[in-house]
Design a protein around this ligand. Sequence first.
Ligand SMILES: Nc1nc2c(ncn2[C@@H]2O[C@H](COP(=O)(O)OP(=O)(O)OP(=O)(O)O)[C@@H](O)[C@H]2O)c(=O)[nH]1
Length: 300
Amino acid sequence: MKDVYLLSGFLGSGKTTLLANMIESLKEQGLKPAVIMNELGELNFDSQAVEEGIPLKEMLNGCICCTGSENTEAQIQGLLAENDFDVLLIETTGAAHPVEALDAVYSPLFADQLNIKGIVTVADSKRWLMRHEMTPQTRSLFLEQIRHAHLLLVNKADLLTEQELGQVTYELQALNPNALIVQTTNAKVPYSFLNKIQATARPTDIEKADIGHHLHLSSRLVDFTDQAFTQEEIEDWVRSLPETVYRMKGYLPIKGNSKPMLFQYAYGLTQWMPEFIKMPPKLVIIGDGVDAIPLPTTTL
Ligand SMILES: Nc1nc2c(ncn2[C@@H]2O[C@H](COP(=O)(O)OP(=O)(O)OP(=O)(O)O)[C@@H](O)[C@H]2O)c(=O)[nH]1
C-alpha cells in the first residue's frame, strides 16, 4: 500500500513550501516520495521545488477536479507502473475543492494499492484575519478547504501576534473540530503529525465505528465479489443514504449481466453504463463517516 496525501489550501498559502518540507521529512524516514503537481497555468514554476530523481507528474491544464478524473487516473496509473515509491504527494491548485480532488484521486481501479492518508490544508492565518475582504465565492472555497482537512496547518504564524494566532487557531478548530491542528511557520510540520491522519476506512475501523465516531471526510472500498443486485435494489439503497455521502463510483454486479456495470453517483443522481470489459466488482464511497453506513442488500 502506498500512502497518499492531498495538499490543499488557498493560493499563496504555502502548499509548495509544505511539499518541499514533506519531501525532506519522508526522505529522512527512509521513504521514497513521488509527486503530482496540479497547476492552473500552462507552465509550472513550482516544479523546481521538487528535486531531480523524484518521480513527478504535472497536470498543467486545469484543476485536478475539473479536468476529469480520467486524467488524474492516467497520471497515477503511470506513476504506479513506471516508478518505485512509497508515498504520493499531490499538490492541488488553490482553486480545488477538496471533495472533488479526493474524488479524482480515488479510482476503483487502484483503490487497493493506495491508502489515502488525507487532506492536509495549509491555511494562511493572515488571510484568515482578512477573510471578510474576499468575495463570497472565494471565502466559501477557503472555508471548505478548512472544513474538510484532516490535518490543518495554521501557517504564516510569524506574521501574527501571539494573541491573533491564538484567536485564529481557536476559530479554525471550531470550524473543523475533527482536524488535527498545528501552528506553523514556513509550513514546517513534524512527520509524526502527518503519519497520524487516516482517511481510508479499513474493515477494522468499520467494525469499531459507532455514532459520533469517524465523522470525517473519508473513503471506503467495498468489494461485491460473489454478490449480485438488481438496479432497483441499488437505487433503493442510494435513496436511503444520508446526504453526507457525496460520491460513489465503481463497478456493480447486476443480476442477468455477465459483466459488472459502471456506476456513478454525484449530487443525488445516479448514472449507469454497460461495461464491455470484466472489471472487478468494487465500489468506492466518499463522504463523511462512510464507515458507518449500511451496504445494499438483495432479496434473492
Ligand atoms: N512569512 C511567511 N511566508 C511564508 C510562509 N509560508 C510560505 N510563505 C511564503 O509565501 C509565498 C507562497 O508560498 P507557496 O509555498 O508558493 O504557496 P502556494 O500555496 O504553493 O502558492 P500557489 O502555488 O500560488 O497556490 C512564498 O513566498 C513563501 O515563501 C510563512 O509561514 N511565513
